[in-house]
Structures are given as structure tokens and as C-alpha cells.
Design a binder for this molecule. Structure first.
Ligand SMILES: NC(=O)c1ccc[n+]([C@@H]2O[C@H](COP(=O)([O-])OP(=O)(O)OC[C@H]3O[C@@H](n4cnc5c(N)ncnc54)[C@H](OP(=O)(O)O)[C@@H]3O)[C@@H](O)[C@H]2O)c1
Length: 460
């Protein structure tokens, strides 16, 4: 990468910066994709980049100290309260002096790794002190999810940001949407004769998108109690994955082509039913209110009201503190209707897209059991690692590369985010029961009844 850039992490002492962003920078430097750079870490506590880097190291297996030293030398920590306008002047001077020291071009990426309530103050202040002076498509601003709290706050946020910067400078991140995944799902769907013509209501019975986590909310109690599962996971990751399954074919997997097609899906989202749950010890987690009614589990039945998908339910399920960690999309095809199917009952076919651990694609087909005139489903299993090796880049690494290069298609556009909030809005306002569930279980027991009512046999 030829660009000389200043990477500014707003919220550098946070979990995301230490666990994902600094390791992604480490990897880019190791691969010499990032040569001429500086890193500025910003947050409100007393700290230093050497201590933050020290904590980040444990998230990179077998890392090379020389690379960390290089990052350390090119880094600076600046203490700043995001709401303190005066402090941005000192921040601006610190940034300029580091850029001068390393003869950088002043192309800046502001990565807002903090809560959305700080986004307006940060963008306004950056503009005010001219750190965010527009020049071509720079600076670039990266916004972590959730982008907003509901429809009106997301609209307001878009309005504030777009009054100061152009959409071309804005990167609303959803790390589930690395460009590898966007391209993987799109190319799988649209370049295979055995899938493309079948990818519609005539052949698909339902789609199941499941993002389960064994982990509890850990140290993110305060954040999670405010946002909950619908805002944290469904509005962002799950709707984005759904759009990749449901969108029409883009002309190219680049530029605005993909984002235009995804928008059509978001405009037609129709959330029909929702079941919510909360794991039993959630209220005693640090940072969580003792009387919290925040959901940590959700199951949804959603329709995409387009001709392709009319009547096909998309079942979405996600939660914390569950019995397993997995991120999988199941495409359940309809049963075959032929004379043989009466004498030889068969299962329906599934296309299984694995997004986490053993990433890859499996197709489940019926094959004959030796010695019997019966069939059973067998998986034709493709794992990315087995074919292409273990070195596919982590999502944050390729997303940072995309930001530097100005590739926006794997990022969420302003109009899309508003339609996603709009689809969920009635369910955020509605009073729905929150069912308790045991840590390490499959979710609330009421899920069985809900699933029966909605005629969904979850694939496990
Ligand atoms: N953690 C993840 O795995 C993850 C994954 C996907 C998305 N995200 C998103 O990324 C964002 C950050 O998440 P996180 O888990 O890293 O949060 P976090 O651990 O709570 O970190 C928040 C950061 O913001 C800083 N901060 C908060 N208020 C500030 C203020 N008024 N002035 C200056 N600094 C302030 C904190 O600094 P101090 O330490 O100085 O208070 C800290 O560095 C959130 O929007 C989250 O939804 C996180």
C-alpha cells in the first residue's frame, strides 16, 4: 500500500481497539501493507501507547516484537475527553507534530471505536479544529456499530455527519461484512447454475440465520444493558447477512452496485414476529441494572416483500450465554415431489454457509445407504482453510485495507442503515415479554412454542 496514513483510534483503551484494531494494524505492518504510517490512540484516561500495545500483544499468537516496536515508535497516546472542545486543539497539535516527524501526508483515518452517543461531538469538534479538513476523499471517518439507538437517532446522526463530511468519506463498519464474505456469498449464489435459478420462493422453503454465542456480555455490561440484542446484533450483523442472501444480482461486486441492491432488500423488510429472552444471571452482571428488561436473546420471523421472496420466511436467531458458539446460514430447499419420494422418503436439501470456525460451504444431498433402498443426507463439505490455507486475513485487517484504498462496498450506506432501523422500530417500541433462560441452554423454553407457531424446525 503506497498511501501514507495517520490512523487515529478514538477509544484506544477499549476492548475493540486492543482485541481487534491494534492486532489488525500489526498484521498489516507485518505484511508490509502498511509502511508509512503513524497511530494515534485517544481516550480519556491516563495511559500510554506502550502499555496499550502491551495488552494488545496477547491477542496476536506468536507475534514478532520487532513489528510491535515499529508500531510503538510510530504511535502516540493523547488524553482527551470526546466532549471537551478545548482538548481537540491539543489533540490537533499532537497529531500534526507526529505527522511532521514521520513526514506523513496528513491523510487521516479517524476510527470511532466508541459508543454512538459520542459520534456527534467527535465529528463536530474534528471539523472545528480543522483536523477534519476535507481534501478529496480525506479524511475518512469510521463508525463502529451500532450506528444510532433507533430510527430517529440514526437519522439525526446521519444528518450531522453528512452536513460536515461527504458520504464518500464515511465508513459505517459491520465486521461481519468483510469484502471476502460479501464476495463469497454473492459469487456462490450468482455464478453457480445449480443455485442461481433455484434461489427464490419456488424452491426455497426458508432461510435460517443463526449467530449464537456461548460468551456472556463480559465487561460490556453498561453498553449492553442500554442497547440489547436487537440493536447490537439484529439491526446490524443479522440484517446485513440477510441482505446478502436476499439481494438481486449486482452488476459488479464493487462501488455502489452491491449497496444499491442491498438497499432494495432493506426497503422491503417486514418483521412479523419476535421472541425475546434474557439469561438468568444477566441482572447481576457488572454495569447492568438490577431491574433490567434488556433482551440478550432474540428469535425473529422476517419476510422480504419482493417478487423473488414472497412468502418465504427468514428465521433469525441470536443470543448470548447459549450452549454453543456458531454463525451459520442455512438455506432450506423445498421437498422434491416425484413418485419415488413416496416410496423412498428423503430429507430436503440444505445449503449451509459457515461464517465462523470451519468457514466454508456445505451442501447436504440425499444419497443411498449401501445395502438398502433408502437415502440419508450427506454433506458435501468445503472448508476455506483446507483449500486455501489458514492465512485468510481477519475481517478488521481487510476492512482497514479497504478504508485506506477507498473501497466502500463492504460498508453500510446512510440510506440502508435508516431502513434497517425502520424495520425494527415497531418492535423496539412494543412491550414484549422477556423470557428467562439458563446460561448454557438453547435459549428460553418458550422458543419451542414460538417455533411451533411459526412452523420452524431450527436446523442444528
Ligand atoms: N468490543 C467488541 O468486540 C466490539 C465488536 C464490534 C463492535 N464494537 C463496537 O465498538 C465500539 C467500542 O466498543 P468497545 O467494546 O471497545 O467499548 P469499550 O471497551 O467500552 O471502550 C470504549 C472506549 O471509548 C473511550 N471513551 C468512552 N467515553 C469517552 C469519553 N467521553 N471521552 C474519551 N474517551 C471515551 C473509552 O476510554 P476510557 O478507557 O478512557 O474510558 C474506551 O477507550 C462500540 O460502539 C461497540 O459497539 C465492539
Amino acid at each position: 500500500m503506497k498511501e501514507s496514513v495517520t490512523l487515529i483510534i478514538m477509544g484506544v483503551t477499549g476492548d475493540l481497539a486492543k482485541r481487534k484494531l491494534l492486532p489488525a494494524i500489526y498484521s498489516l505492518v507485518t505484511k508490509k501493507k502498511l509502511k508509512n504510517f503513524a497511530v494515534i490512540g485517544v481516550s480519556r484516561s491516563e495511559n500510554s501507547m506502550s502499555s496499550i500495545i502491551g495488552e494488545s500483544k496477547k491477542f496476536v499468537k506468536g507475534s514478532n516484537q520487532k513489528v510491535w516496536n515499529k508500531i510503538g515508535k510510530r504511535s502516540e497516546y493523547i488524553k482527551l475527553n470526546f466532549e471537551d472542545s478545548e482538548g481537540y486543539k491539543v489533540f490537533g497539535k499532537g497529531c500534526l507534530s507526529l505527522e511532521k516527524r514521520f513526514r506523513l501526508s496528513g491523510k487521516r483515518i479517524f476510527y470511532l471505536a466508541t459508543l454512538p452517543e459520542h459520534f456527534p461531538a467527535i465529528v463536530k469538534n474534528l471539523k472545528e479544529v480543522e483536523m477534519g479538513k476535507n481534501k478529496e476523499d480525506w479524511p475518512k471517518l469510521v463508525f463502529e456499530k451500532p450506528f444510532g439507538y433507533d430510527l430517529s437517532s440514526a437519522r439525526k446522526l446521519n444528518k450531522t455527519i453528512l452536513s460536515l463530511f461527504k458520504e464518500r468519506q464515511i465508513y459505517r463498519i459491520d465486521h461481519y461484512l468483510g469484502k471476502e464474505l460479501v464476495a463469497n456469498i454473492s459469487l456462490l449464489r450468482f455464478t453457480n447454475r445449480i443455485f442461481e435459478p433455484l434461489w427464490c420462493k419456488d424452491h426455497i422453503e426458508n432461510v435460517q440465520i443463526i449467530l449464537n454465542e456461548e460468551l456472556t456480555i463480559g465487561s460490556r455490561g453498561e453498553f449492553y444493558d442500554k442497547y440489547g440484542v436487537l440493536r447490537d446484533m439484529v439491526q446490524s450483523h443479522i440484517f446485513q447477512l440477510l441482505s446478502l442472501i436476499a439481494m438481486e444480482s449486482p452488476e459488479k461486486i464493487e462501488g455502489e452496485f452491491v449497496r444499491d441492491k442491498k438497499l432494495e432488500v432493506f426497503k422491503n423488510l417486514n418483521v412479523k414476529d419476535v421472541l425475546l429472552g434474557q439469561y438468568e444471571s444477566f441482572k447481576s452482571e457488572s454495569g447492568v441494572a438490577a431491574n433490567s428488561t434488556t433482551p440478550t436473546f432474540a428469535a425473529l420471523k422476517v419476510f422480504v416483500d419482493t417478487p423473488r421472496w414472497k412468502g418465504v420466511p427468514f428465521f433469525l436467531k441470536t443470543g448470548k450465554a447459549l450452549n454453543e458458539t456458531k454463525a451459520v446460514i442455512y438455506i432450506k430447499f423445498k421437498e422434491v415431489s416425484c413418485l419415488l419420494s413416496k416410496t423412498c422418503p428423503s430429507d430436503t436439501n440444505y445449503l449451509i454457509i459457515n461464517l465462523r470456525t470451519n468457514e466454508g460451504v456445505a451442501l447436504e444431498v440425499n444419497t443411498k445407504i449401501p445395502g438398502k433402498n433408502e437415502v440419508e443426507p450427506v454433506k458435501l463439505d468445503f472448508r476455506i482453510k483446507n483449500k486455501y490455507g489458514p492465512n485468510t486475513p481477519e475481517a478488521y485487517e481487510s476492512l482497514i485495507e479497504d478504508i485506506i484504498a477507498g473501497n466502500q462496498y463492504a460498508f453500510v450506506r446512510n440510506d440502508s442503515i435508516e431502513y434497517c432501523w425502520q424495520a425494527l422500530e415497531p418492535w423496539l417500541k412494543k412491550k414484549i415479554s422477556i423470557h428467562r433462560y439458563k446460561k448454557g441452554s438453547k435459549g428460553p423454553k418458550e422458543l419451542n412454542k414460538w417455533s411451533e407457531k411459526n412452523k420452524i424446525g431450527w436446523r442444528s
